[in-house]
Design a protein around this ligand. Structure first.
Ligand SMILES: Cc1cc2nc3c(=O)[nH]c(=O)nc-3n(C[C@H](O)[C@H](O)[C@H](O)COP(=O)(O)OP(=O)(O)OC[C@H]3O[C@@H](n4cnc5c(N)ncnc54)[C@H](O)[C@@H]3O)c2cc1C
Length: 410
């Protein structure tokens, strides 16, 4: 007998957990199939910007958050210069970020969804969607060598960058959109007690400037997460060896940070970043896609956790609407909300990425920016996508104006 639920979710990462939490708190029967067992390691920088913090607060995890390493902003470095950029004080977003290793973060958020009533099956891999007259009505799952059938009124694909399940739903990525690659490792380092995201804007490989940035994020007292993110979209950078790049980045860090082969805690791990709304379709008969599966990483900074939570919440909202009204067509409004929320910003982001795809130009812009705190504060607001509905400051007005400009097609 197949298991029957209202909503079945593939993947228990940030976007799957957020969808599950939203729907379970509204009384629907929700099943999450997660192929691993939690806590599990996840290749990530572990950085949570104010956008991600806001989503955790909305899920009712404010008390948890209060116990984590909080971050007051970005400390940027370029060619011997540095500048501290606190997160702006805004109406819509908290003025702080946070750091939590994904092994812990994802367990906490998924357990929270479980406590709200979602059923989570670990060690359960969704291997193929099932269809009835062209409408996705569940999936075949594999658990402990056994095959099981799950039937659902809606299936949500939150499988991250894996793509196998989503390809069976017709997933296609527009290869003209930006894509990123990133690599990270943990180290023992005194920088673990910093309360800034340490970000290096000039990253070189064999002396070539790259469309990349490096980070050192303080995970906890004495431990950091250090890595590099690279835009791989442009021809010759597809050839860059990430492991060499990570090695060169680590070697370039200040000696007193003590981030070396001797202080390394974990092997380097790399992953792909699907950015800018590059995947279609995000919704179809009986199914929706969220987070990385929908290609929703911010192309300007490589941040994906906030967008995973946000798209998970939105997917939940539209499924709730469709189930309440008994009208499957209502879920299609998910794609409209994604467009209204991110369309102009991601278009702007794609243009920004085209500029930084020319590293010489990027280096020039960074060196101009490092002379102006005002310009760098604006850049932080822009790259972290911190538009404020009530904001009337210079940064906010300029941000809104640039988004409007991006609406104009070239
Ligand atoms: C090196 C690196 C550094 C990064 N740093 C940051 C950062 O600092 N901050 C930030 O915001 N973002 C960062 N990102 C991006 C971020 O990790 C992702 O955007 C985020 O994890 C997306 O969440 P998700 O829920 O969509 O997918 P995932 O987190 O990938 O979750 C997908 C889940 O689905 C499960 N799964 C997959 N296939 C199946 C299947 N068939 N059946 C059942 N389960 C399945 C997986 O086991 C996994 O648990 C980084 C990415 C990389 C690669």
């Amino acid at each position: 007998m197949p298991t029957e639920v209202d909503v079945a979710i593939v993947g228990g990462g940030p976007s799957g957990a957020a969808t599950a939490h939203y729907l379970a708190t509204r009384g629907y029967s929700v099943l999450v199939a997660e192929k691993k067992s939690f806590p599990r390691e996840k290749t990530c920088g572990d950085g949570l910007t104010p956008r991600a913090v806001k989503q955790l607060e909305l899920m009712g995890l404010g008390d948890e958050l209060a116990q984590w390493t909080s971050v007051k902003g970005l400390r940027i470095y370029s060619n011997e210069q540095s500048m501290e950029l606190p997160f702006p004080d805004l109406h819509d977003w908290p003025a702080y970020g946070a750091i939590k290793p994904r092994a812990d973060l994802d367990s906490i958020v998924l357990s929270h969804a479980e406590r709200s009533g979602a059923k989570v099956l670990f060690h359960t891999q969704a291997i193929a969607p099932t269809f009835d007259a062209g409408v996705c009505n569940g999936f075949i799952a594999k658990r402990e060598g056994e095959t099981e059938e799950v039937r659902a009124r809606y299936v949500v694909c939150s499988e991250g960058a894996a793509t196998k399940f989503s390809r069976a739903l017709g997933r296609e990525r527009d290869t003209s959109y930006p894509m990123g690659l990133a690599i990270r490792q943990y180290f023992d380092s005194p920088v673990g007690s910093s309360d800034w995201f340490e970000a290096f804007l000039t990253v070189r490989s064999r002396n070539d400037a790259l469309p990349a940035y490096g980070w050192v994020f303080p995970v906890s007292e004495g431990v950091v997460n250090a890595g590099v993110g690279l835009l791989s979209t442009y021809g010759r950078w597809r050839e860059v060896n990430l492991h060499e790049l990570q090695h060169d980045f680590i070697t370039s860090l200040p000696a007193e940070w003590n981030i070396t082969a001797e202080t390394v805690r974990s092997k380097p791990r790399a992953g792909r970043l699907f950015m800018g709304g590059s995947v279609q379709p995000v919704v179809g008969p009986g199914f929706l896609m969220t987070g990385d599966a929908a290609g929703f990483i911010n192309p300007c900074n490589g941040e994906g956790i906030a967008y995973a939570y946000e798209t998970g919440r939105m997917a939940g909202k539209h499924i709730d609407g469709a189930l309440r009204e008994g009208s499957p067509a209502i879920v299609n409004s998910y794609s409209r909300e994604l467009h209204d929320t991110y369309g102009a910003y991601y278009r702007l982001g794609r243009r920004f990425v085209r500029v930084i795809g020319h590293p010489a130009l990027m280096e020039k812009l960074v060196s101009i920016g490092m002379r102006s705190r005002k310009l760098m504060n604006f850049t932080l607001t822009l790259l972290a996508n911190l538009e404020d509905s009530k904001g009337k400051t210079y940064d906010q007005v300029a941000f809104k104006f640039m988004k409007k400009l991006a609406e104009i097609k070239p």
